[in-house]
Design a protein around this ligand. Sequence first.
Ligand code: FAD
Length: 467
Amino acid sequence: MTRDTDTVNGGIAFWYARDGLPVPREPLPGDAAADVCVVGGGYTGLWTAYYLKKAAPFLNIVVLEAKFCGYGASGRNGGWLYNGIAGRDRYARLHGHDAAVRLQRAMNTTVDEVIRVAADEGIDADIHRGGVLEVARTPAQAARLKAFHEQELTYGEHDRVLRGARETAERLRVAGAVSSTWTPHGARLHPAKLVKGLADTVEALGVTIHESTPVTEIRPRGAVTPYGTVRAPYILRCTEGFTAGIKGSRRDWLPMNSSMIATEPLSDALWETIGWEGRETLGDMAHAYIYAQRTADGRIALGGRGVPYRYGSRTDHDGGTQPTTVRALREMLVRLFPTTAGVRIDHAWSGVLGVPRDWCATVTLDRTTGLGWAGGYVGSGVATAHLAGRTLCDLVQQDSGQAGATELTALPWVNHRVRRWEPEPLRWLGVRAMYTAYRGADRREAASHSPRTDRVATLADRISGRH
Ligand SMILES: Cc1cc2nc3c(=O)[nH]c(=O)nc-3n(C[C@H](O)[C@H](O)[C@H](O)COP(=O)(O)OP(=O)(O)OC[C@H]3O[C@@H](n4cnc5c(N)ncnc54)[C@H](O)[C@@H]3O)c2cc1C
């Protein structure tokens, strides 16, 4: 018997349920001038402002945010701070294996750096460094997991551990788990606490943040808003999944939807049946994969794809989620942890992440126009946004003659260009077909007991440009 009639749907995200939504800062009062203008107050924009201000305290930096800092994915995500970066394998093919190893190392260090800065700046974001545990629940998933594990070793992750069914269950009892891979390069966190703490820190350093200020157009040396234009030699677009809403950028990055549920706090007796004392972030190897965390207040927060994409690159309304998606996520929760069958779902919400046509994250500064951008993290953005922010800082410093090239500006994802998405209805039909294919493939793999990856999923990966 479940009690889901009281589930809060939307309200941005569960992460705001306890403390409420922040009161927005003052909007832009009129035309203004700055040295750097950052568009978007999520992790990318705020980390960029943080590192720029630290490197050059004299800079006049203005952040323009359409709603409030943390309104986007940075205030809604699953709280996996981990070392995965979208596109690494393609960057290995384009720039060589060593370049991709450097990128991977930078990501490993990034996890440490976020934890260090949060501690130094007094940002309490419920960070627990338990690593990342990914489980396989079918023979095909187990084969993929082993291949994934072995591939990660080739990128220098020698501290990664492969576990069988019994050892996995000693840590976390996921029903039907046959194997798992664990890396120490990950931590669980409270997304909204991190983004709020970061905005406050950046502001205290002397960065100006204007909220309730949507940018309607970005041009070289100007960010246009209904209240005035900010003129600056550098305009940095940090709007990830919302980029399609900016004039001229509709087909740059596809706004992919991800949805989550959070349970009520589980009783100690229930936690006994599950384990999870290490608070690892948890994922699986399904094609339509899930991600989850054990929250600081003893709930399970679990996410998955739901309705993957809205026609015309539209985004959700403040996190509102289709009832069918909420039901599907609950069913998945119970499939993974059968003892949660009677547990109440307190909250359901959605958000958007940015997907480039080649599924590769990127950070770019166009030196002729002074326009920069970072994103396309494809759901691995909590740590990647930090590396992007540090890199955008180095690129601006280098371009303005304040500093030279750095290790970060030489990473293979810097200044990577990609073609745009197809126009509608092709975009919508393509993403829909891809996720229909993935769900079918997951079902067939579960039923077949074969270690082979379903051919339809492989084909969908190839056609979509994902692998
Ligand atoms: C449900 C969900 C779960 C996720 N889980 C994880 C996870 O566990 N681990 C992980 O690594 N990644 C995860 N991600 C991805 C990760 O959260 C994002 O990649 C990351 O937060 C992106 O940060 P950002 O600052 O680039 O973008 P956002 O956080 O989306 O910030 C963009 C900001 O720009 C503002 N904006 C938009 N348009 C304009 C405009 N025109 N003018 C001014 N401001 C504008 C928005 O209001 C928003 O605040 C998840 C994403 C979602 C949606």
